[in-house]
Design a protein around this ligand. Sequence first.
Ligand code: PEP
Length: 259
Amino acid sequence: MRKPIIAANWKMNIGPREAEDFINSFIGQPGKLDSITSQVDVVIAPPFVSIPAAVAALNSSSAVSIAAQNMSDQDSGAYTGEVSSMMLKELYVRYVILGHSERRTLYGETDAIINAKIKKACASNLKPIFCIGETLEEREGGKLESVLRTQITDGLVGVEEKDLKEIVIAYEPVWAIGTGVVASVDQAQEAHAFVRSVVADLYNQEAADKIRIQYGGSMKASNAAELLAQPDIDGGLVGGASLESQSFLDLIKAAVSAG
Ligand code: PEP
């Protein structure tokens, strides 16, 4: 039985002051969040500079785990603008989003770079949220499976099965991210089942059955329940609908109702 995981990706939104307000209103809903987080893991990924404010506002509450949106594959040194895994650990960060399509397309991150980051995260006891997904052109060109297989295979080179247990895969069709266009339930389930089959090919069926695979791409409260009711969809990576605490909470409640 896989526990669903819903993660907010704030991208370059919500500075430190706003992050504090968000967390206060989010966890300030008496009783509600505790009963929810026993059924769904909730993660929030603020921009780096808002992480300390979010952690402070959580005030040791375990209701929400904090993620970073990226990190370096290096430990320290002359890497201007980068942030290391150990710096994130010092801030009580538990997850790190790696390989988001915006990192791939806007900042040129390759499967090899993402692989190095995944290995560094695992070695640092950070849990990677490993993003994969095809463009519309690739899907329409019949390349969905080959694109996903390559991203998964190359992203997981040298990752041992014991570390795979800490990884969450986020299947995010690029054409659905931030566009308001959601993959149909059948398209999403089919892709998730395929992703799981690739993990089984690379490792084994038991490892594939255990790994959590989130859907990402215009997920919101109104479509979360039907997506999460699918057998291979174990949560969501949420951009737009996570930027306001009530809409994120509504989405999480919808996820709980699907379970
Ligand atoms: C994302 O940023 O990973 C994402 C899925 O964004 P949105 O929910 O806005 O499509």
